[in-house]
Design a protein around this ligand. Sequence first.
Ligand SMILES: *[C@@H]1O[C@H](CO)[C@@H](O)[C@H](O)[C@H]1NC(C)=O
Length: 148
Amino acid sequence: MTYSSTRFLVFFTIFLVSLQCGCGALFKRKLVYVQMTNRVPGQVNLTIHCKSGDEDLGSHVLAPEGHWGFQFRPNFWKTTLYFCSFQWPGNFHYFDIYKKAKSRPGCHDCFWNVGPDGPCLFDYDTKGYGYCEPWNPPVPSLTGKPVL
Ligand SMILES: *[C@@H]1O[C@H](CO)[C@@H](O)[C@H](O)[C@H]1NC(C)=O
């Protein structure tokens, strides 16, 4: 191997490693915080269960007006996706609580109010929860039971 291709390999390896571990200061990505507040009317508990491709954040019961949040570092390619199930009596929904979407206002501290029709995101420009999205379309399941 020539000197320059060896050097290229060394630098390319360092580059790849720093992408994977998130420890290279050069490629340090900002932490994102996502919080959800139970705004379902009727004084019901809201059970939230969030996952990403490689992480299961477990199940959390939110009392009326209660909130829960989590923190993570998005991957270098900005393809990080977290989805959650939202459950209260008579209801079961999924929602992609964090994903890359042009239509969504960007946020590093993402505050969602979870209501019966879907979550609404706090908009730092208008200082209100004006940006709302519907639940994900229902996932067909063979057993008729929710998949989680
Ligand atoms: C909500 O959850 C709390 C704690 O788990 C429980 O004590 C309470 O009875 C629940 N309330 C309802 C309406 O299910």
